[in-house]
Design a protein around this ligand. Structure first.
Ligand SMILES: [Zn+2]
Length: 145
């Protein structure tokens, strides 16, 4: 058996990286473009990469589905950002559903904001409504390992 590794998609260049598990804590960079893969910053997804990120990432990935007209979404945005900075080994990403309507459609988002958690190509949790950073982190920690 080879050393355990996890796939993680670079949201900058779309390359799928194989990351040895022991390097997850180590601010890993993309092997193709050199951008950070786990930076503690919220990554903006588009119609070009959301399918790949949600299907390929073995690393826990939280996607915030939001819209520019949605007040609770705008209220939650800085809280989501704060949670991302506190949990740098988790991928925090967001998709603007009023800009990328087609890309959001397969996820059956019925209310905004909705966060969906993905791991290994599976949606493993879903949470709707604006939460505080502490509530977001509590939800992320409660997800099945
Ligand atoms: Zn890259």
């Amino acid at each position: 058996m080879s050393a355990p590794s996890q796939h993680i998609v670079c949201t900058h260049c779309n390359a799928t990286n194989r990351l040895p598990v022991e390097r997850v804590q180590d601010a890993p960079k993309c092997g193709k473009c050199g951008q950070g893969l786990l930076t503690g910053q919220v990554q903006e997804l588009t119609d070009m990469n959301i399918a790949k990120v949600t299907q390929k990432n073995d690393v826990l990935t939280i996607v915030d589905f939001w819209a520019s007209w949605c007040q609770p979404c705008l209220i939650m945005a800085p809280q989501f950002k704060e949670a991302a900075s506190q949990m740098p080994t988790v991928v925090f990403a967001k998709l603007q559903t009023d800009r990328y309507e087609q890309a959001a459609a397969p996820f059956n988002i019925r209310s905004l904001p909705t966060m969906v958690a993905f791991r290994g190509g599976q949606a493993i949790g879903r949470q709707s409504g604006a939460l505080s950073a502490a509530q977001i982190m509590q939800w992320v920690r409660s997800l099945p390992a």
